[in-house]
Ligand binder design. Structure first.
Ligand code: FUB
Length: 327
């Protein structure tokens, strides 16, 4: 499968249908001299582009709308514009993005525009109470918007084990809980306020259950536990929470009956691709379902130089995600 975008490196694609077209909000990867490490310091991105296409036919053109936001334009940001997402409500478009603040702590910011392709004007402060990385917004059928977020190791989620407001620096780096009896750390979810620029209510931990026990996944279950790259979509009236397992490189999904979870682990939707990270979005477009993701084929395997790809996915009669159209 060929990359969707080849003139620059792009990753972490959040795809949405706005105004009848597919809009993709990815990270913009760039070359850097920064030493590779398990904290992700080499992912040193400084701006975002937005892309759109009218068709997911491989021959269809993909339009690059250019730079829509730069790190230097956001007063609270020091570095590392990581995986973004976007949402639409009441005539405005919202670009959500994680970045390190001036203290080196990841926060989530918002920038607002009148068009899906921007430009976006950033709020001067990050979203109050936000932390860690990889915001993914989901607007439910009743109009209520939610933000899912969080990521382990360089994404700092493990630094908040004492509470949403307590950053524990001793957990910084490629660390996470482990050992007998330790529960996996869950991603976070919060309702968004009507203005889409603040959380409305508390930040909650999302629990992913093991189907065989009905208990939360264990921290040592690296083939199934949440690492980063949250996404939410709804299919057949159920909530599908999907995510990356990080160091085991799977994209997995879990299903529940409420946007808050709990979600029961169901399976994998993508096996490991070339490159350390895997990150995705799922979107319905013109009556078919699509998985956007990235890999490092175009850079011959350089982990931080990734390219967005897209493939069709299918559901079987039980609502399981499958790679081939069921008979
Ligand atoms: O692009 C930087 C980080 O890599 C993202 O925030 C993670 O999800 C991983 O893809």
């Amino acid at each position: 499968m060929a990359p969707l975008i080849t003139h620059i490196y792009t990753a972490d694609p959040s795809a949405h249908v706005f105004e009848g077209k597919i809009y993709v909000y990815p990270s913009h990867d760039r070359e850097t001299d920064i030493q590779f490490n398990d904290n992700g310091d080499q992912y040193d991105m400084v701006d975002y582009h937005v892309f759109s296409t009218e068709s997911l036919d491989p021959a269809a053109p993909v339009v690059d709308h250019g730079v829509v936001l730069k790190a230097e334009d956001v007063p609270w940001v020091s570095k590392q514009l990581w995986a973004p997402d976007a949402a639409y409500k009441d005539g405005k478009y919202y670009l959500y993005f994680p970045a390190r603040d001036k203290q080196g702590i990841f926060r989530i910011g918002v920038a607002v525009g009148d068009r899906p392709e921007g430009p976006f004007v950033p709020d001067p402060e990050p979203i109050k109470g936000s932390y860690s990385i990889d915001p993914a917004t989901f607007v439910d059928d009743d109009g209520q918007a939610y933000m899912y977020f969080g990521g382990l190791w360089g994404g700092q989620l493990q630094c908040y084990q004492k509470g949403n407001d307590v950053f524990d620096p001793s957990w910084q780096g490629p660390k996470e809980p482990s050992g007998a009896g330790a529960r996996a750390l869950g991603p976070r979810v919060a309702k968004l306020a009507d203005d889409m620029r603040q959380f409305a209510g508390e930040v909650r931990e999302v629990v992913i259950l093991a189907p065989e026990t009905g208990e939360p996944l264990a921290a040592d279950d690296h083939d199934r536990r949440f690492f980063e790259a949250a996404w939410m979509h709804k299919y057949g009236g159920k909530y599908y929470f999907s995510y990356s397992t990080g160091d085991t490189h799977y994209l997995c999904y879990a299903v529940g009956t409420s946007p808050y979870g709990p979600f029961t682990y169901r399976g994998r939707m993508l096996e490991p691709v070339l490159g350390w990270t895997t990150h995705h979005s799922v979107v319905e477009f013109q009556g078919r379902w699509w998985l956007f993701h990235h890999d490092c084929e175009l850079s011959n395997g350089v982990d931080h130089l990734r390219s967005v790809k897209v493939k069709e996915i299918f559901y079987d009669a039980e609502g399981n995600i499958v790679g081939e159209k069921p008979e």
